[in-house]
Design a protein around this ligand. Structure first.
Ligand code: CP
Ligand code: NVA
Length: 322
């Protein structure tokens, strides 16, 4: 099974077929179990050829940076963190030259970029696998961990470690951003329904929405974008939210705060969902804005499990492609 993954890029969720999506999640579940039962983790290569992962970050990060560093270290390899000032991607040197140089030294590149075109440019010019660690269009690593989390709580076990998520309803409250875009495609790959409820003008990328509808058609996925917040949340199995202002949009923060005012996941909103609904947040969270502390820290929150699963999901991907 792993041969089909060797050397592959992960730029967006649609890069994975429905079968491959399940394979990555099954591997992540397995790695999570192994890590808990056996403290040491098998190396993917001999110690003489420890895989090296370059981490290019144009924006700040806690979870993504730490989980990639821990994942590659647990797999017997090492990470090299490159901060924005280190390489000045596209300014000091072209994306093409950075990709070609790094490919001579490292085994994989993970990149967090402002523009999605930067990460696709790296993938085009690198001869090693490139992983999108968040761009303005997608956050595929987040979506893998999110669906692993939903699967753990709500998924019906299938053979091969796969989980049946079909028919579950995910409601995303807030900005139709990079996280929402990848979730649309992840729902399409797993047969989940997804509603995005947001103020007018803050919906998801139209191209991604169309692609999700196309990919999810065969499994009967329903996708909806609506500003009717309360109606949207009814019957939700999982409620997801993210910040109103993403990295790179800071100049719009005040306008966005006004536009998103009512779009808050709080106890009153959560009461409209199914009683066993879980609450997800990719974090960082702005407590008191898109989510209240009582909900984020409450019994229905799976946000910290979700954060943990970033490690297992990315480790699964690295172990498959390296
Ligand atoms: N969720 C997420 O990607 O977190 P960081 O920005 O801290 O990496
Ligand atoms: N939508 C957020 C996600 C952060 C993990 C951002 O892009 O800033």
């Amino acid at each position: 099974m792993t041969d089909t993954f060797k050397g592959r890029d992960l730029i967006g969720i649609a890069d994975l077929s429905a079968q491959e999506f399940q394979q990555v999640l099954a591997r992540a579940d397995q790695l999570k179990r192994e890590l808990r039962s056996v403290p040491q983790v098998a190396e993917v290569r001999g110690s003489s050829a420890r895989p090296t992962l370059a981490l290019i970050f144009e924006k700040p990060s806690l979870r993504t940076r730490v989980t990639f560093e821990v994942a590659i270290s647990q797999l017997g390899g090492q990470a090299i963190y490159l901060a924005p000032a280190d390489i000045q991607l596209g300014k000091r040197e072209s994306v093409q030259d950075v990709a070609a140089n790094l490919s001579r030294w490292v085994d994989a590149i993970a990149a967090r970029t402002f523009s999605h075109a930067t990460v696709t440019g790296l993938a085009e010019h690198a001869s090693v696998p490139v992983i999108n660690a968040l761009s303005d269009l997608e956050h595929p690593c987040q979506a893998l961990a999110d669906l692993q989390t939903i699967g753990e709580v709500k998924g019906k076990p299938l053979s091969g470690g796969f989980r049946d998520l079909s028919g579950l309803k995910l409601v995303f409250v807030g900005d139709g951003n990079n996280v929402a875009n990848s979730l649309l495609l992840a729902c399409a790959r797993t047969g989940m329904h997804m509603t995005i409820t947001c103020p007018e003008g803050y919906g998801p990328d139209q191209g991604i929405l169309a692609r999700a509808k196309e990919l999810g058609a065969a499994s009967g996925c329903q996708f909806e974008v609506t500003s009717a917040l309360h109606d949207a949340v009814r019957g939700a199995d999982a409620i997801y939210t993210d910040v109103w202002t993403s990295m790179g949009q800071e100049a719009e923060a005040e306008v966005r705060r006004r536009a998103f005012g009512g779009f808050q996941v709080n106890a009153e909103l959560l009461a409209l969902a199914r009683p066993d609904a879980i609450v997800l947040h990719c974090m960082p969270a702005h407590r008191g804005e898109e989510i209240t502390s009582d909900v984020l820290d409450g019994p229905q929150s799976a946000a910290f499990e979700q954060a943990e699963n970033r490690l297992h999901a990315q480790k699964a991907w690295l172990s498959l492609v390296l």
